[in-house]
Design a protein around this ligand. Structure first.
Ligand code: APR
Length: 260
């Protein structure tokens, strides 16, 4: 995409942000790749290396071998140890500081929007997060670090209360999404006047309903992504580019417009 095009398009997005009363940001794995976390379906995505079937709740519960492999991955530093927000997360946090963000609905489990400074109450994590581990037996919740520290001596950690199976508190394929989070995120999507989708293929449901609800409720939809999505034709602005670069340019234009 040429430099002029990207400037024109990011200026248009900034105009929509400045004129919006209720902006919902919808984020996917693509917003975190510049923090060093691979996405799932982009080039070199996680599903080109690991079998998504191993991340179905059925397989996880049925196979101690699958559970051992996943705990081993986490013990070896996992995907999310010591990762930091990138320019895209900070740009969205700046929208919040300027009073231009109603909420973030994210498919990500990396906690990076909160680390960039957006308060918990404004971040709806549809797929859970990796900060905690849940017992599938008694539902007791443990900090991830506590369980990872046990992995030096335990291949397959069990719940210390009921000996149940422990699982990272991210939503696995075949698992229900947290219903209260999904319904509040859906309600916000129906109320927003601008939905900015950043770094998602928009093909995994029910999460991908969120930008569709916004569109059907009359909101303008902006799509920032490397690669096509099924909602591209419905976008008021669709920009092919890296989230960090695009969102930094958008906020540059937003600051200029607000100071005029
Ligand atoms: N800037 C913009 N787009 C990017 C960047 C970047 N720096 N890096 C990657 N992308 C794009 C990829 O090209 C891809 O189109 O982001 C998109 C990420 O899409 P997916 O990998 O499918 O991730 P996501 O949409 O979040 O997946 C949804 O699927 O596997 C499940 O639960 C998992 O939450 C995940 C869900």
């Amino acid at each position: 995409m040429g430099g002029d095009d990207i400037e024109k398009l990011t200026e248009k997005i900034a105009e929509l942000v400045v004129n919006s009363q209720r902006c919902l940001v919808f984020s996917g794995a693509g917003i975190s790749t510049e923090s060093g976390i691979p996405d799932f379906r982009g080039e070199d995505g996680i599903w080109t290396k690991l079998d998504p079937e191993d991340f179905t709740i059925e397989r996880f519960v049925a196979s101690p071998e699958v559970r051992k492999l996943q705990w081993k991955l986490l013990a070896e530093g996992g995907l999310l140890r010591n990762v930091k927000p990138n320019a895209a997360h900070y740009a969205v946090a700046e929208m919040d500081k300027l009073g231009k963000l109603d909420c973030i609905v994210t498919q990500n489990i990396d906690n990076l929007h909160q680390l960039a400074g957006v308060q918990d109450e404004k971040v709806f994590e549809l797929h859970g997060n990796m900060q905690y581990v849940r017992c599938l037996g008694c539902r007791k919740r443990f900090p991830m670090d506590e369980i990872v520290s046990r992995l030096a001596t335990e291949e397959l950690p069990e719940c210390d209360a009921c000996k149940g199976i422990l699982k990272p508190d991210a939503v696995y394929f075949g698992e229900m999404l947290p219903q209260a989070v999904l319904s509040e995120a859906s309600r916000r999507a129906n109320l927003c006047d601008l939905c900015i989708a950043i770094g998602s293929t928009l093909i995994v449901y029910p999460a991908a309903y969120i930008p569709e609800y916004a569109y059907k409720a009359g909101a303008k939809v902006v799509i920032i992504n490397i690669g096509p999505t099924p909602m591209d034709s419905k976008a008021a602005v669709r920009i092919e580019g890296k989230a960090g670069d695009v969102m930094t340019r958008v906020m540059h234009h937003v600051r200029n417009k607000i100071s005029q």
